[in-house]
Write a protein that binds this ligand. Sequence first.
Ligand SMILES: Nc1ncnc2c1ncn2[C@@H]1O[C@H](COP(=O)(O)OP(=O)(O)O)[C@@H](O)[C@H]1O
Ligand SMILES: [Mg+2]
Length: 363
Amino acid sequence: MASAKSTAHPQDAPARDAQPQSAGLLGAVPFACAMFDDDGVLRGGNARFAEEFGELPEHSERDALLARLQGEAGAGERPREVRAPHSGRWYALHWGRAEHDGAPVDVLTAVDISERIETLDSHKTRQEKLLFTSRLMSVGEMAATLAHELNQPLAAIMNYLNGSLRLVEQAGGPVQVERALQAARTQAEHAAAVISRVREFVRAREPRRDAHELSKIAETVLELLRLEAERLQLRIDLGLPTNLAPVFADRVMVEQVLLNLVKNAIEAMREIPTARRELRIDARMNLDDQIEVRVSDRGAGLSPAEQDQLFSPFFTTKTDGLGIGLAICRSIIEYHEGRLFFEPREGGGSVFGFTLPRYEART
Ligand SMILES: Nc1ncnc2c1ncn2[C@@H]1O[C@H](COP(=O)(O)OP(=O)(O)O)[C@@H](O)[C@H]1O
Ligand SMILES: [Mg+2]
């Protein structure tokens, strides 16, 4: 660990006044400061060091102390910024070579940087939140506002229709008008149902990112769609290694993304012969060290013109579609610093996929 480029110091070298001087010096340093000999044994430290690290049983042994702090900081030799496990405080570590008592020593200073780290952290969360709101504003808020604005006139239309229907019924006809009014009411009810689905879909939630296994997320999603898949006699193949590194993500949001992609894949195969209805979900680590998830179907695929509009809000080719699924998926994945993509599937159909950072890469 310690680069032992020790300059030879004869054992019998005169002690000079190094000891009292450096002890005095250490005492004057306004940070935790300690020195270790070339065997890594603590030779002395100032009061701050005793105060801030003395509680750790490993404090008197350089490598053990480092390992303890390093364990909190992650990989890498001689970490520069570490977190003390017993106090939760952050330190910037600096090493220097000096001489003490005629022998070379490693001098450690540990500067408490907790405040700086906390400021950075809160700044980051604030930024993430901002980014999130601005992205989700574009689709989610728009959809929510629209739904809200449409609700009022729609309720009024329903009232007028019901009133008119009552009048026509009382007057005993004409029957064509009665039928037309009933048809209009059915359509208005359908519109109301669509609007309530939009509101359900964009309900705001605070994101909370943590370590999650993709196989578990996929399990939840497939459980929700099992009936639908069985009804269509879909074959589902999974390529989800259980030893895949966990992702750093908000579980509910990723579930929502996967649910949407799988739902789209299922819907894309409604019109094709049963024997060809095959859905695949794969996950793997890609070359950029991210987790990549792919949902593949055997549907009709997409024309180049459709591909261009795919992620635009309200683009849909379905009579019962809302066209906000993919747009919201993209907001969510971008919030996670990942990428949502489409590519044609070999042998026919589409592949929709996304990437997410690994948990270990983030902590
Ligand atoms: N797996 C898929 N295969 C073919 N087309 C798809 C697929 N997924 C999405 N699309 C196309 O993208 C459009 C937008 O999808 P989406 O945003 O989920 O809205 P919706 O499903 O409500 O139409 C769909 O209407 C469809 O034309
Ligand atoms: Mg959809």
